[in-house]
Design a protein around this ligand. Structure first.
Ligand SMILES: N[C@@H](CCC[C@H](N)C(=O)O)C(=O)O
Length: 365
């Protein structure tokens, strides 16, 4: 079924993008400003149901004078999910206002369908803004595009912060406490619109990452040997709440040219390797200078994505542990750069980067 899009909208661009080799292009709408498009018409998506699958049959534009996600999401028809799509450096998410309930409004199976880039909205995951617990302001939960539930998402929490700011009409500099599967995370929206996040402390104990690789530096697996289909990779395992396997190369090739990797072929072999009982995210890294790194990522439950915030944090930790980089680095990802600092004084990692609204939409469940 074709997507009919109103392309004559003022201030809303219709673009096509292609992702990794496994993903098709999808229509999307981007606001030129990082700030919520308070005066922009919103894009209403009316969707038809085909079997159990949500299929967009048409898009229409209704333009209330002052649309925002807060007013848009106020519509609470049953059987309809209102959402806002955001991205952090091209790592894209469907954000759901779930502040009125402790249970996610959709199931993992529905998330898989909504994330589908051909038959759904298209996203790397679905993120829910739930009521806070344990004294926090909010709880963030996320389903990957394969329906699995990770503990944390770095780009997602920046999008979450911008989503909350718009829902609550927060202006300017603002920080709040977010409960996640990785514990307390503290995003702070800066005056320039970027979001700086206190990502907490990395977990290095091998059995807690978790990895079955033998710890070789204190309790951590650092530059450990991992046999992937007969090639011996040097890997350092780091958890940011979710598991990461970071590699700078193999025994025979210590300076990766990350653009040359066939991620779709090699990524799944790391993700499902017996050394990682909870599967793993894998970062392939190239070092330009001790403060400038480049990475590509194969994500657990989502495949090749344009960026991974927890991954960039894990990369800097691994690079420091391997003596390759300073504690403050710019990490280039396919979707753009993140600034990462692993602070010595409190052992916390701070990530700074953008989060941008893409479009508003509705879909029947
Ligand atoms: N893209 C995210 C990580 C999302 C979760 C990951 N796929 C997992 O399963 O751990 C990020 O920006 O951190």
């Amino acid at each position: 079924m074709a997507i009919a899009a109103a392309i004559s909208l003022p201030l809303i661009a219709v673009k096509q993008r292609s992702y990794c080799s496994s993903a098709s292009s999808s229509l999307w709408f981007s606001s030129s400003s990082i700030h919520p498009p308070k005066n922009l018409p919103f894009v209403g998506i009316s969707a038809g149901r085909k079997s159990n699958l949500c299929v967009f049959s048409s898009m229409s534009t209704q333009a209330p004078a002052k649309a925002s996600s807060a007013s848009f999401l106020d519509h609470k028809e049953s059987g309809i999910l209102h959402f806002v799509k955001y991205h952090g450096l091209g790592n894209d998410f469907i954000l759901v206002d779930n502040r009125d309930s402790e249970e996610p409004k959709i199931t993992p199976e529905q998330a898989v369908k909504l994330c589908d880039r051909n038959f759904g909205i298209g996203a790397d995951g679905v993120i829910f803004a739930l009521p806070g617990i344990n004294g926090t302001d909010y709880t963030m939960r996320i389903f990957n595009s394969d329906g699995s539930e990770p503990e944390m998402c770095g780009n997602g929490v920046r999008c979450f912060a911008r989503f909350i700011a718009e829902l609550e009409n927060f202006q300017g500099n603002k920080s709040f406490n977010v409960h996640t599967g990785a514990g307390l995370i503290v995003p702070e929206i800066q005056e320039d619109g970027k979001v700086r996040v206190d990502m907490g402390q990395p977990i290095l104990k091998a059995s807690d990452v978790p990895t079955k690789l033998t710890a070789n530096k204190d309790q951590a697996a650092v530059k450990a040997k991992l046999d992937v289909d007969g090639s011996i990779w040097n890997v350092t395992c780091v958890s940011m709440g979710n598991p990461h396997c970071v590699t700078f190369g193999t025994e025979s090739c210590n300076d990766l040219q990350v653009d040359e990797l066939n991620l779709a072929e090699i990524g799944p072999k790391f993700e499902h390797h017996a050394a990682f009982p909870a599967r793993t995210n894998t970062e392939f890294v190239q070092v330009f200078t001790p403060s400038h790194l480049k990475m590509r990522v194969w994500e657990r439950g989502a495949g090749a994505t344009l960026a991974c915030g927890t991954g960039a944090c894990a990369v800097v930790v691994a690079a420091v542990l391997e003596g390759r980089a300073d504690r403050r680095c710019t990490v280039d990802l396919p979707g753009g750069p993140l600034d990462i600092e692993w602070r010595e004084s409190d052992n916390h990692i701070y990530m700074t980067g953008p989060a941008e609204l893409v479009f508003y939409g509705s879909v029947p469940l």
